[in-house]
Design a protein around this ligand. Structure first.
Ligand SMILES: C[S@@+](CC[C@H](N)C(=O)[O-])C[C@H]1O[C@@H](n2cnc3c(N)ncnc32)[C@H](O)[C@@H]1O
Length: 302
């Protein structure tokens, strides 16, 4: 696909609706979670610490830079990373390809591009489809566009096959390129909750919970070179222990990927999950329950 400066190109594939991509109530639930978890702020801090040096290495001596975002959501983090890349290489043209299955979140991303002057210099190619369909399409076409920087932020939980996905995106890296995967940390709060209650939670969009542990094991088995950085984060879940709290209810819904935590699980399961959340997934400070949501930023080398 050729893209002209400033022109927004679009490739929409009417993919059969698969539940992993966020639409409707899951977009609202995700947005609520972002407002309460400090997750984007923590990721951005890591981006600003690590990527300036990485971008210098990735871009050294190159006359153009191509970025691929997979599962970019509303693009808030993409926007910051692209801005950082532009400021690192002001004279080098940059392209951005985005693979995101949610049309609603892609619209938000396009809205963000429309109001961010520096991003309008970047030609975007939008692939509104599942990662698996993008992979199929690229392989069918045969002429693989390759990239200097590929990122998958908080999305690898949703792909069908972890090993195949990593292998595919790694194969799209250019010389000196990096694949950045951000995922919940091994043994963090999410990992503990989802692995302990696997039978009850891994029933819908997520069939097999993954944390950085599974990703690292996969990279090792493929013999890929990588480095890992911890992204520390925690957020206040005290409200989750007050059954009449709307905030608590909405956080529990997102954390269990469920539309209605209180109606969906038996009293034993609910009680067990709440106890686990308090005692194994969190620490208490000044009477508040702080959920451990450390993430891991994994940079895979070309
Ligand atoms: C937790 S959100 C993260 C969004 C964004 N990266 C961020 O950190 O704000 C997961 C994103 O992955 C997208 N997604 C889920 N399954 C996908 C798939 N199979 N292919 C592409 N995108 C997918 C969802 O629509 C959603 O935007």
């Amino acid at each position: 696909m050729t893209a002209m400066n400033g022109e927004v190109q679009e490739s929409v594939m009417a993919a059969e609706a698969k539940q992993t991509c966020y639409e409707g109530s899951s977009v609202q639930s995700f947005q609520f979670y972002l407002e309460h978890s400090g997750e984007h702020e923590a990721i951005l801090q890591c981006v600003h610490n690590i990527l300036p040096g990485e971008f210098k290495r990735i871009g050294a001596g190159k006359s153009s830079l191509d970025v691929l975002g997979v599962g970019s959501g509303g693009g808030e983090i993409d926007a910051q990373m692209l801005t950082l890349l532009q400021s690192t290489f002001p004279a080098v043209p940059i392209t951005a390809d985005i693979v995101e299955g949610s049309s609603q979140l892609t619209d938000n991303f396009k809205g963000l591009v429309a109001k961010t002057t520096n991003l309008q210099k970047i030609p975007f190619a939008w692939y509104i489809m599942h990662s698996e369909d993008y992979e199929r399409q690229v392989k069918e076409k045969g002429d693989m566009k390759t990239f200097d920087f590929i990122h998958m932020i908080q999305m690898i939980y949703y792909v069908d096959n972890l090993a195949d996905t990593i292998k595919f995106y790694h194969s799209l890296l250019k010389n000196n390129g990096r694949l950045m995967i951000i995922i919940e940390a091994a043994n963090g709060g999410w990992d503990t909750l989802w692995k302990t209650y696997k039978k009850d939670l891994c029933v819908d969009a997520i069939q097999e919970y993954r944390s950085s542990g599974e990703v690292i094991a996969c990279l090792k088995s493929q013999g890929l070179k990588y480095e890992e950085h911890v992204i520390p984060n925690s957020f206040d879940i005290t409200e989750c222990f007050n059954p009449s709290s709307q905030t608590g209810k909405r956080l529990l819904n997102y954390m269990t990927a469920n539309d209605n935590f209180y109606q969906s699980f038996s009293p034993e399961i609910k009680g067990g999950m709440l106890e686990l959340l308090r005692n194994k997934c969190s620490t208490e400070k000044d009477g508040r329950v702080l959920f451990n949501s450390n993430m891991s930023c994994i940079l895979v080398y070309a």
